[in-house]
Design a protein around this ligand. Structure first.
Ligand SMILES: Cc1cc2nc3c(=O)[nH]c(=O)nc-3n(C[C@H](O)[C@H](O)[C@H](O)COP(=O)(O)OP(=O)(O)OC[C@H]3O[C@@H](n4cnc5c(N)ncnc54)[C@H](O)[C@@H]3O)c2cc1C
Length: 341
């Protein structure tokens, strides 16, 4: 049985290698590969195959703290000891029943309780589709409200992650409603994505509102009508809008931008701008994913920059992991070679 599986894995590797080699010989290969991986990240059949294959989890665990909140707390403590802060994410998305959304909410409340109990320097990051955005606005709003109440009780903050463009408007509406209406509104933050054309206008509005914003490139498959097809354009937009979020006006209005990227060239360009404009290193932070560019995380921290690590945990790791593969094709090779070990 074992040798059958091993033989199957080797055959799979063989054909995949040929496929990838063929693909890389063609122009735009990376973009093509990225599209395939992003498609697979949402395909139920692919999730079932990958998650029933134990070696896949071994590779995925490079990016994931573990299956339980205790794992996430343990990793956060280690990260804190290195001088970095954390944001913890209980993995899960696209739930379609109110019961599942409520279960996720309760797990996140328990996580906040543990953050408090262990004195960890961490916030939490949550996904609207995990908390019921597809079920109804009231469902997700009610769940987020309960999370904010818990955040107040356990003295932490909540960041609403940004998912694909189907939910951008609703997510921004929810964020604003919570921030403005809820008595604990100062404990909620939002995310914007540099690849969307609309983001320039969103940045402008959020500067006026003095928001707490994470700024990333964007991890989902988006149509060309909505997002820059060329990576270079996304990168240029990232730098341009980062500078706007660091402007005197933005800082004056209380904006606190968090630049979520591993792109060293962009990070160095932001740092150069900060030096040139004599902006305090406390006026912003960098954020990176657990398992990605640890060297850079520590280097920036040693240089006196604030760095926060996004630490996911839980059993619903498949879509998160596939997005990480899509971001860097070299990870795919690492994944495939580990499958046959
Ligand atoms: C803290 C944090 C929170 C995020 N939250 C969201 C969110 O709410 N919504 C959303 O759409 N996206 C989110 N993202 C993902 C983000 O949008 C990008 O998809 C991801 O960060 C890759 O882009 P990059 O900025 O690192 O630049 P890229 O140009 O993709 O990468 C730059 C360099 O970073 C390294 N790198 C990047 N990704 C990986 C990887 N997976 N494995 C190994 N090396 C890698 C490589 O060296 C690469 O050359 C988040 C990212 C971070 C860091």
């Amino acid at each position: 049985m074992h040798s059958n599986r091993s033989a199957f894995s080797r055959i799979l590797l063989f054909f995949t290698t040929i496929a990838i080699t063929t693909i890389v010989l063609y122009r735009n290969s990376e973009r093509w590969l990225r599209s395939v991986l992003l498609y697979l990240s949402t395909a139920d059949w692919a999730r079932q195959i990958a998650t029933s294959f134990p070696p896949a989890w071994q590779v995925a665990s490079r990016f994931i703290a573990g299956e339980t909140s205790q794992d996430a707390i343990r990793v956060s403590q280690a990260v804190n000891q290195m001088g970095l802060s954390a944001t913890l994410n209980y993995l899960g998305e696209s739930v379609d029943t109110a019961e599942d959304a409520a279960a996720a909410r309760e797990a996140i409340i328990q996580l906040m309780q543990q953050i408090h109990q262990y004195g960890v320097n961490a916030t939490v990051s949550v996904k609207p589709t995990q908390l019921g955005i597809h079920i109804g606005r009231d469902v997700v709003h009610e769940n987020l409200q309960q999370l904010l109440t818990a955040a107040e009780k356990y003295d932490t903050r909540i960041r609403i992650d940004m998912e694909d463009s189907h939910v951008t408007d609703t997510t921004l509406d929810l964020y604003r409603r919570l921030r403005d209406d809820d008595q604990f509104g100062h404990r909620v933050g939002i995310v914007l994505q540099a690849y969307l054309y609309r983001t320039e206008a969103d940045v402008k509005a959020l500067i006026q509102e003095g928001a707490w914003v994470r700024f990333c490139k964007g991890a989902y498959k988006e149509p060309h009508e909505l997002a820059f097809p060329e990576k270079a354009d996304t990168d240029a937009n990232f730098l341009k809008l980062s500078k706007q979020m660091l402007s005197e006006e933005a800082r004056g209005r209380g904006m606190y931008p968090c630049f979520a990227t591993h792109d060293e060239a962009l990070i160095r360009a932001i740092n150069q701008y900060v030096r040139q404009e004599q902006i305090s290193k406390d006026a912003f932070e960098f954020q990176m994913l657990y398992g990605v560019r640890r060297d850079l995380q520590q280097e920036l921290s040693a240089e006196g920059y604030r760095v926060r690590v996004y630490i996911p945990f839980g059993t619903a790791w498949y879509p998160y992991f596939m997005r990480r593969l899509a971001e860097r094709p070299a990870n795919l090779w690492f994944f495939l070679s580990n499958l046959v070990k």
